[in-house]
Design a protein around this ligand. Sequence first.
Ligand SMILES: Cc1cc2nc3c(=O)[nH]c(=O)nc-3n(C[C@H](O)[C@H](O)[C@H](O)COP(=O)(O)OP(=O)(O)OC[C@H]3O[C@@H](n4cnc5c(N)ncnc54)[C@H](O)[C@@H]3O)c2cc1C
Length: 502
Amino acid sequence: MQEVDVIVVGGGNAALCAALAAKETAKRVLVLERAPEDEAGGNSRFTAGLLRIVYNGPQDLAQLIDLSQEELERTDFGTYTAEQFLDDMARVTEYRCDPDLTEILVKQSFPTALWMKKKGLRFTAAWGRQAFKIEGRFKFWGGLTLEAVGGGPGLVDSLTASAKKNGVEIWYQARATALLADDKGVHGVVVKHKGKTTEVKAKAVVLAAGGFQANAEMRARYLGPGWELAKVRGTRFNTGDAIRMALDVGAAPVGNWSGCHAVAWERNAPEFGDLAVGDQFQKHSYPWGIYINAAGRRFVDEGADFRNYTYAKYGRVILNQPGQFAWQIFDAKVKSQLRDEYRIKQVTKVIANTLEELVKKLDDVDADAALAEIKAYNAAVRSDIPFNPNVKDGRCTTGLAVNKSNWANTLDTPPFEAYAVTCGITFSFGGLRINTDAQVMSTDGDPIAGLYAAGELVGGIFYFNYPGGTGLTNGSVFGRIAGGNAAKAAVSESRSKRVAGT
Ligand SMILES: Cc1cc2nc3c(=O)[nH]c(=O)nc-3n(C[C@H](O)[C@H](O)[C@H](O)COP(=O)(O)OP(=O)(O)OC[C@H]3O[C@@H](n4cnc5c(N)ncnc54)[C@H](O)[C@@H]3O)c2cc1C
């Protein structure tokens, strides 16, 4: 039987950060990645590589990004303080996020990004996605500024290269199926590597194998009826294996097991994510338009808040509509503001020169009801309030059953465009309970010796909703802590064995 110091289960951002941190102390670190090499990297590979971090001005960002004088002059980066990040987490999770873990997430966000940079990751600013140009200057609006160069693929490739360079061993097509455990704790993993089941012993194991969102049966079981019908935005490999393996040895479940991150996603997208398209099936410009469902009705406040604070919960709202779909409708006034993802070829899109013509083209929609709804919406817009995409402009509708709170533009300028969307699930929120050292806790309330966890499969951090860009930060912060502590535990176990042997 093979034996290593630390096994890391998973090959995404949390796992690679854990492996890199473990390798700072431990000699032999083995990553088990279920996917083949060309699909490796989990959901992390599908991301845009955006990381939500605390920064107190451009001087902090300049430690992470090579900013030219010209870039500094043409950009208002603003600040994103620890207080703002804590407030955002508390508000969007309806004050349920674990306070101790959240404080670590926030306070370690900047130092962890610096640490990732030292490990070889390159960063830039998300000018294209998170800033609008006003009077010749870019202004960041959502506290989300940092982006890995090359997006998710760049992030995974660079962390993988760094891990290999630092001597981390990676097995691909290596699916962990069970933990080797006894009353003293966890001692290794059962793994099916390229079709052959084998056991690998380790002094500590870090679980970083993602949530259960790619498992239709678990979705229906935990998220509720209808969730088996959602599309999976990312990897097909996150089927909840590591959560189950840990529960099997007595780990405590915690968090929002019926909750998840889910967004508006191209209606005809494939069952799982497609790396060639990445996150471009998402359709995130709804704050500039309106949603219409099969009954021809609006059903959600498209302008309730900045997109970063609503997109992750609106997937569920779409799933709950008849037929699990909706259309997003825009007019020519906002066309230039639609995100890049509206210009890919894999979209279900219709265009028309009149609203009458448009509603007839909306597949599976009650056209008469839709036309009446759009006219009622247009009449309710407070056009006296100026439109401003950089702030919550208060340009609202009044008197409707479902009002729009900000950015309410009338739909009056042809050509009109509509895009069909359904629900795309990103990741599940419920998972394993960890303590502040990233040790997995047992149902009896004690840490399970030798078992650590990080990333999507940890519960207790996100509930109901999520501030955009926190998933990667979460994986990086707790991956680093889990890997570092697992390695320290492994080294001290080796020492005590040596002492016992002398
Ligand atoms: C389309 C899309 C866009 C996103 N954009 C962003 C963004 O810009 N910013 C952001 O912060 N978040 C974003 N997210 C969320 C983000 O992807 C996740 O929060 C984050 O990547 C989770 O990291 P992780 O390491 O925990 O999981 P993953 O990156 O999913 O890694 C899990 C790994 O475990 C492996 N695995 C699964 N089962 C086993 C097993 N039994 N044995 C061995 N290995 C196994 C998988 O193959 C995978 O490598 C996005 C997600 C998607 C899908």
